[in-house]
Design a protein around this ligand. Structure first.
Ligand SMILES: [Zn+2]
Ligand SMILES: [Zn+2]
Length: 239
């Protein structure tokens, strides 16, 4: 009965605000199957560094050994028109929160392609937004992705421990050195968070210079985390 009512509600909402595909403007879904299938999923693992090299046994290259991040999984390359559009509509007004589902699915496909599974005793954590930013958008896009992944992988999601304590200038407006300065000390863990021996997978939307994920990883490692890996939908690089 409940299902029946909710589907009538969905039907009415759809009549007033029809779902339009961000790729081809066809009605019915926010990202239709045809457009989704045009997004190329990355079948390999690459290191964290700026000119990424392929890593056979996952992890990172020699040059990156001193980084806090253990490695990175990026499902796609940013240089794809439909993908850019979808991420843009997910992150910028008017927001389409529901795009979290197909976008998270790209990550799931990537993990299937590289034949990697997330150990059940690990934790998923979204990169946090400042409370002000979260209020403005109404949701944290990384958290929405993490919710889908946690359900699919049956791994616990911890979204209230790592917090952003300062508002920052959006990283896209800054150069790399400025980004590092801008992000330093903005993340913090809630008091009493014990991460000793934990393997953590940090979720974010796009990996650009990596300074945000690296700063989160620093904070998590300080609290005892054994490994901190990054997971993003896209990476601003051509593989
Ligand atoms: Zn389409
Ligand atoms: Zn590297």
């Amino acid at each position: 009965m409940k299902y029946y009512f909710s589907s009538i509600k969905d039907y009415l909402i759809n009549l007033i605000f029809p779902k339009i595909c961000v790729g081809c403007q066809r009605e019915g879904t926010y990202l239709c199957e045809d457009c989704f299938s045009l997004v190329e999923v990355n079948p390999f693992c690459y290191c964290l560094c700026e000119k990424p090299q392929r890593i056979i046994d996952r992890g990172k290259c020699k040059k990156c050994q001193n980084k806090f991040l253990s490695g990175l999984f990026s499902a796609t390359s940013w240089e794809q028109k439909i993908l850019k559009k979808a991420i843009h509509r997910f992150k910028y007004a008017p927001y389409i929160k529901e795009l979290s589902l197909p976008l998270a699915y790209l990550i799931i496909l990537h993990f299937q392609m590289i034949e990697k599974s997330i150990p059940a005793d690990s934790l998923l954590m979204p990169v946090p937004l400042s409370p002000r930013k979260k209020r403005e958008r109404g949701f944290n896009q990384a958290e929405e992705l993490a919710k889908v992944l946690a359900k699919a992988w049956k791994v616990p999601l911890v979204s209230d421990k790592l917090v952003k304590i300062k508002n920052t200038t959006p990283q896209v407006e800054l150069k790399k050195e400025e980004r590092i300065k801008n992000i330093k000390g903005v993340f913090s863990l809630k008091n009493g968070t014990d991460l000793r021996g934990k393997k953590i997978f940090l979720i974010d939307d796009v990996y650009t210079t990596g300074v945000t994920l690296e700063e989160c990883a620093r904070v998590l490692k300080q609290a005892g985390a054994k490994e901190v890996w990054g997971i993003t939908i896209a990476r601003e690089v051509k593989f």
